[in-house]
Design a protein around this ligand. Structure first.
Ligand code: G1P
Length: 289
């Protein structure tokens, strides 16, 4: 199974980050020196993906501009001999073949992924949620692709979460295959606590087969009146093999303020440019508490 295409749904309105996201897409908020969505695209590229479809919506124009060339700015940086910035500004346009499609209506994650049928064609493809940023040794999407290839199956990413968190995500019914890989036999989106199958949710990464599109077309609105990808995956996992990969790495939900702050701090601590400075800044702050 060669996975060369990825879909990044980035059509949500960013309601958990208002008012910051009133006129800026949440995917464009900066994590240190790059917007959130660049980390997602870089993970896809590092996983062997060549073609990426970003599903947008009204108000998401800055994402398209970001992955385009910017001749005026590049010319200015070149003239000023600011070669480091010049390189950084040119990079996004050259990461992959990036396509854009507007979802047009806000009808949920399943509906957004369903828009990708023509782009995907008859190939397996990855889905990376536009606000779930991962930090890992091996790109999380690559970990899923490897498992999908090994088992000839669709794959979803997971890690166990707390009792308080599971009701905000989805819950997977699992049987162990090996240490970090499970067979998925059922799932539920945003479960009531007593209805959860396990404390393993789907976390932001998927490798799917194109069979999902017919299923999505026949999926009725679910939780929140939206077409839920999880409801379609529940059907898919009963008709063909699906694995859940407990991936190595840290996942940040940058679509809410606390997750976003955790990501900024961790990435800034890792950065050569800001790491040492931030460590001493945090120590001085901690000492004053
Ligand atoms: C979405 C998915 C859900 C998943 C979650 C975290 O929910 O529908 O199954 O567990 O992302 O990746 P959302 O965060 O959009 O409510």
């Amino acid at each position: 199974m060669k996975v060369k295409k990825a879909v990044i749904p980035a059509a949500g309105i960013g309601s958990r980050m208002l008012p910051a996201t009133k006129s800026i897409p949440k995917e464009m908020l900066p994590l240190v020196d790059r917007p959130v969505i660049q980390y997602i695209v870089e993970e896809a590229v590092a996983s062997g993906i060549e073609d990426i479809l970003i599903i947008t919506n009204r108000g998401k124009g800055p994402i398209e501009d970001y992955f385009d060339c910017c001749p005026e700015l590049e010319g200015r940086l070149e003239a000023d001999k600011k070669y480091g910035f010049l390189e950084a500004v040119k990079t996004p346009a050259n990461l992959a073949n990036i396509f854009f499609l507007r979802q047009k209506e806000t009808r949920g994650l399943g509906h957004a992924v369903g828009r990708a049928r023509a782009f995907v064609g008859n190939e397996p493809f990855a889905v990376l949620l536009g606000d779930d940023v991962m930090k890992s040794k091996i790109p999380v999407t690559k970990q899923l692709i490897d498992a999908a290839e090994k088992y000839g199956a669709a794959a979803v990413g997971t890690q166990p979460v707390s009792d308080e968190a599971i009701v905000k995500y989805s819950s997977l019914k699992l049987e162990a295959y090996e240490k970090n890989i499970f067979r998925v036999t059922d799932m539920v989106e945003k479960p009531k606590f007593e209805d959860r199958f396990s404390n393993y949710p789907i976390l932001g990464r998927y490798v799917l087969t194109p069979d999902i599109f017919d299923i999505l077309d026949n999926t009725a609105p679910g939780v929140g009146g939206e077409i839920q990808l999880t409801d379609a995956l529940k059907v898919l996992c009963k008709q063909s093999p699906m694995v859940a990969v407990e991936f190595e790495g840290v996942r940040y939900d940058t679509g809410n303020m606390k997750g976003f702050l955790e990501a900024i701090i961790d990435f800034a601590l890792d950065s050569q440019e800001t790491g040492d400075w931030l460590r001493s800044f945090i120590k001085s702050k901690a000492a004053a508490l």
